[in-house]
Design a protein around this ligand. Structure first.
Ligand code: HEC
Length: 161
């Protein structure tokens, strides 16, 4: 009796999980469009730190985790990535402003705190943060277009809204 109830619960849980996977995959689009902009990094370390802490939400090289396939996490993750790419995109050159990046890191707004528990590699030490900030400033400068970057004006999110 008890055993069969346990199995019933397990079976129900599996069905719910399967449904959430189906919903998570049907309802959202996880894209990684082509990279169209080449960054000249000031150092390999800056690139490595930015890739570890920023690229999942601000590039077309998102490493989609397995739980990005399961509702409701799928919705939250896809939304963060879509909004992140709209705000700034390392893969297209969109809004790459060093001082703005530094401000976000210094204030603790970026990388988004919600992202950190499952991405320990993005949880930078104080020293890594200051090296990343110096590197971002050296790479992307203080002022927009100061060094004549080609900002490709992306059509704002045609497909997703
Ligand atoms: C988990 C996803 C995520 C990560 C990781 C992340 N960002 Fe963001 N970022 C966003 C989203 C979403 C927005 C737009 C909405 C907002 O400002 O919260 C954004 C906005 C920004 C903006 C624009 C802010 C503004 O007000 O215009 C900058 C600059 C930025 N991020 C820099 C960074 C840097 C630098 C890193 C790495 C150190 C980083 N982000 C990591 C999701 C992320």
């Amino acid at each position: 009796m008890l055993r069969s109830r346990v199995w019933l619960i397990v079976a129900a849980a599996l069905i719910v999980l399967a449904l959430l996977v189906v919903i998570g995959n049907a309802a959202v689009v996880r894209t990684n469009p082509p990279v169209t902009y080449t960054i000249t990094w000031d150092s390999p370390e800056t690139e490595a730190l930015a890739r570890a802490a920023c690229f999942d939400c601000h590039s077309h090289e998102t490493r989609w985790p397995w739980y990005a396939h399961i509702a409701p996490a799928a919705f939250l993750i896809v939304q963060d990535v879509n909004e992140g790419r709209k705000a700034m995109n390392f893969s297209t050159g969109h809004k790459l402003e060093g001082d703005e990046m530094v401000e976000q890191i210094e204030s603790g707004r970026m990388p988004k705190p919600i992202y950190l528990p499952l991405h320990p590699e993005a949880n930078l030490s104080a020293e890594q943060k200051s090296r990343l900030m110096a590197g971002l400033l050296a790479t992307f400068g203080q002022e927009k277009d100061e060094r004549g970057w080609q900002e490709e004006d992306e059509p704002e999110d045609e497909d997703e809204d």
